[in-house]
Design a protein around this ligand. Structure first.
Ligand SMILES: Cc1cc2nc3c(=O)[nH]c(=O)nc-3n(C[C@H](O)[C@H](O)[C@H](O)COP(=O)(O)OP(=O)(O)OC[C@H]3O[C@@H](n4cnc5c(N)ncnc54)[C@H](O)[C@@H]3O)c2cc1C
Ligand code: SF4
Length: 330
């Protein structure tokens, strides 16, 4: 049986108080829905952590202005799914629906998904299972069991919302001791499997701002996984397109589950822009996605298959985004 270690929970009543506790306690960690953090603790990670509950910080809710949708980090994925989105942003609910299953979606939050740790078949096992081998780099050891001899950790970014948020041009509001700052969601990811986010341990993600897309925009998300009902992405692709005068005026293409962070693919975007998404443009975008993918052998399915599927998923997502941009549901 997997047991939780003993831990303290702080329950701040404001963001300022929460930040103070995070800054004062070196091993404190924000606790949102707990659907990933508590599992990691049961697996013997972060066993010395004090948890700082975000439940009382008033971070839940979605607001719409003339130009932006603002989503609080504490909003549950379930609320995201039930929201009536403007057409081109329905993809956000699509990505939330792709996360786990309803019992988890009702507890899991947007902030927890964006700040989700990277994953690896070795690291995400029980302490007992892992004790058969020396600790790996991500667990404080000196070697990687996936890429032997390497000094980098290749744990994978498998969260579903980040590729979609990046494709939609979202900004993140971060709060720390020195006040708050806005960064593009893309800038939240470091690319280091050990410490995958650029947030310091004394900072909090407060909200996400998603610009309202212009008329003629469409977006779609595709996910490859072993079991449709539950599993993390073995590969995923988010595509956002703006359609003008019958052609593609703007494209954003982002891969998930294929590297240590969500991977934007500028070459795929360039292949689609200025075209009518003819077969040749789609083939070039798919080829660019295959070249950009960085799978290693630490999730379900082989790296070769996941790499190949990067192209397939980008092609599928681009076609659905194109249809949606034309005002036809797909
Ligand atoms: C069986 C199972 C299947 C799953 N399948 C998927 C899946 O298909 N796709 C997927 O994306 N995820 C999946 N998950 C992981 C997880 O449920 C989701 O990613 C969820 O959205 C995490 O949100 P949470 O609120 O529970 O985060 P928590 O577990 O509370 O936190 C996750 C991490 O984020 C940090 N954090 C949380 N909020 C903030 C904040 N506001 N500012 C700074 N740091 C913060 C925490 O400190 C922690 O490190 C699965 C989990 C399980 C158990
Ligand atoms: S990729 Fe290597 S270092 Fe990183 S978690 Fe997996 S085994 Fe550990």
């Amino acid at each position: 049986m997997l047991r939780l270690p003993h831990f303290a929970v702080h329950r701040p009543g404001s963001v300022a108080e929460g930040l103070q506790i995070l800054a004062a306690a070196p091993h404190a960690r924000p606790l949102a829905g707990g659907t990933d953090l508590l599992v990691a603790m049961k697996h013997g990670h972060h066993t010395d952590a004090d948890l700082v509950s975000l439940a009382g910080l008033g971070l839940s809710g979605i607001e719409r202005s003339d130009s932006t949708l603002t989503v609080g980090a504490g909003t549950s994925l379930w609320d995201l799914m039930r929201r009536a989105w403007p057409d081109a942003l329905g993809v956000v609910a699509e990505a939330a629906r792709a996360v786990a299953a309803p019992p988890l979606q009702s507890r899991a939050t947007v902030g927890g998904n964006v700040c989700l740790d990277t994953r690896c078949w070795f690291f995400n096992q029980s302490a007992f299972w892992r004790s058969g081998r020396p600790a790996c780099l991500k667990a404080g050891g000196d070697r990687c069991h996936v890429v032997p001899g390497g000094s980098d950790c290749h744990a994978v970014s498998q969260a579903d919302l980040p590729p979609v948020l990046i494709a939609c041009g979202a900004q993140a509001e971060i709060a720390g001791a020195d006040g708050s700052r806005d960064v593009p969601v893309e800038g939240l990811f470091s690319g280091d499997g050990r410490r995958p986010h650029t947030l310091s341990s004394a900072e909090l993600l407060l909200r996400l701002r998603i610009p309202l897309p212009p008329p003629g925009a469409g977006a779609a998300y595709e996910k490859l996984r072993m079991r449709r009902a539950l599993d993390f992405a073995a590969a995923s692709a988010a595509v956002y397109l703006e359609r003008r005068d019958g052609g593609c005026a703007r494209a954003r293409v982002v891969l998930g589950g294929l590297g240590t962070k969500p991977l934007r693919v500028p070459e795929a975007e360039a292949a689609l822009e200025g075209t009518e998404l003819d077969p040749r443009a789609l083939a070039e975008a798919a080829e660019a996605a295959v070249a950009a993918a960085r799978p290693v052998k630490n999730t379900d399915l082989t790296p070769a298959y996941r790499r190949k599927m990067a192209g397939v998923l980008v092609r599928r997502a681009a076609l659905r985004a194109w249809t949606r941009a034309a005002g036809e549901e797909s």
